[in-house]
Design a protein around this ligand. Structure first.
Ligand code: CP
Length: 348
């Protein structure tokens, strides 16, 4: 079903979308997945998509670049803000930088270390702003990807139990919680790490941490979503239809030289997904991870049917193509004819 509301000019938050618009983006992603490359590459020919990455990224930046190129757009931008005038003796403001880039491009993909930066950019930009992650606030295209991956395997998410492992105050889990609430999943289970000072004592503790930011609690209540907390990832593997896990941040890790970090197993066992735990629980749960992973997700899970995190990357391409096309005014829809796509001007 198509939304009666017009599509937003920017994608800063999953809250910018309504349920029907999310479904339209899922349909658009499916259309791009099935569309011949030679057809897709005509859709944004002549457009320029700008990438403004103030923080490191592998998946999001390259994913948006690949999406733009697959649609026939050209790509420009920066992956390192130290090459811009925002960090020299002038310290150009974000607003001025956006106004410059908007004059030179048709859409702007931005990642920034400040929560709220994407909103500030959208407030002044004459071109669509796509939030590729702003501080601890949101990462909407990651959440769209992850919920689409879940929906395309589980069917109706309204019957699904979804487990989330990690700090719910971080951008991926914030956006995903808000989006899954909007999509009316049956139940959500959270495995929440303690705050950093308690982390070292956590390994021997079975205390259940029940911290959710107030706005996430409010969203879950507003959509009537049941939720609960667990103390061990094995509980989620046993109970959930899909789980998404994240690295568990430990600030003390900063003391370890970067070159040695991969050799340190620092994630408490309760948060680690391994093949042995999947076998022991007989879990059929889909296992998702936005990446990058540390030691919370063992590589031996990669070859199990549960492990979907590289599929997530592939499918993120189609979601990002759908978002870019929609915000640039092209709206692909699947038709009843297999393989055929009805492309119409979204803002005609
Ligand atoms: N998931 C995600 O945002 O990955 P990157 O930091 O590599 O973009």
């Amino acid at each position: 079903m198509s939304s009666h509301r017009s599509f937003p000019a920017h994608l800063v938050s999953v809250r910018d979308l309504d349920h029907d618009q999310v479904r339209d983006l899922f349909s658009g992603a499916a259309a791009f997945r099935d569309m011949p490359r030679a057809e897709a590459v005509t859709l944004l020919r002549g457009h320029v998509v700008a990438m403004m990455f103030y923080q490191p990224s592998t998946r999001t930046r390259l994913g948006f670049e690949a999406a733009a190129l697959r649609l026939g757009a050209s790509v420009m931008g920066f992956a390192d803000p130290s090459t811009t005038r925002s960090v020299d003796y002038i310290g150009e403001t974000l607003e001025d930088t956006i106004n410059v880039v908007a004059e030179l491009s048709d859409a702007i993909v931005m990642r920034h270390f400040l929560a709220g930066a994407a909103s500030r950019a959208a407030a002044v930009s004459s071109r669509p702003v796509l939030n590729g992650g702003d501080g601890s606030n949101e990462h909407p295209t990651q959440a769209l990807t992850d919920s689409w991956v879940m929906a395309s395997r589980l069917g109706d998410l309204e019957g699904a139990v979804i487990g989330l492992v990690g700090d719910p105050g971080t951008r991926v889990l914030r956006s995903l919680t808000l989006l899954l609430a909007m999509l009316k999943v049956k139940r959500m289970l959270f495995l929440v790490p303690p705050s950093a000072p308690l982390m070292s004592a956590y390994a021997s503790s079975s205390f259940v941490h029940t911290t959710l930011p107030g706005d996430l609690r409010a969203a879950l209540h507003a959509h009537g979503i049941e939720y609960d907390f667990r103390s061990d990832v094995s509980d989620l593997l046993a109970e959930a239809d899909a789980i998404e896990l994240m690295p568990i941040d430990i600030p003390a890790l900063e003391a370890v030289p970067a070159s040695l970090r991969k050799q340190h197993s620092v994630t408490p066992e309760q948060f680690r997904v391994t093949a042995a735990k999947i076998h022991a629980t007989g879990s059929k749960a889909l296992v998702l991870h936005p990446g990058p992973r540390k030691d919370e997700l063992h590589p031996e899970v990669d070859s199990l049917p549960n492990g979907l995190y590289f599929d997530q990357v592939r499918e993120s391409l189609h979601i990002r193509m759908a978002v870019l096309a929609q915000l640039c005014g092209v709206n692909p829809r699947r038709t009843d004819r297999p393989g055929a796509v009805d492309v119409r001007e979204a803002r005609a």
